[in-house]
Design a protein. Sequence first.
Length: 93
Amino acid sequence: MNTEEIIAVIERERATLAPCILCGAPTRGCGVWQPGPLDAELLGQPPGKYRWIVYHLCDGHDLKDTATFAAAERAIFAKLGGAYPTAPGKATA
């Protein structure tokens, strides 16, 4: 997927105004996460492939707080059925 295709996907997702991944409230924007190698492996990504995950957050969550994004990543793992890593090299089912 090239840069233009990624931007098109993000713009399409932004227009859908899906519910917040953390609380289900209405949203007006979206975020994009590219999992690192360990996270990607735990999510079942084939080696050598890249995955971009678009998700939505509402105004009720602090976008300057790293805990917000950690919570979003945990929610993504829960939705995709992956094991969330609790420490480097370790995961929980």
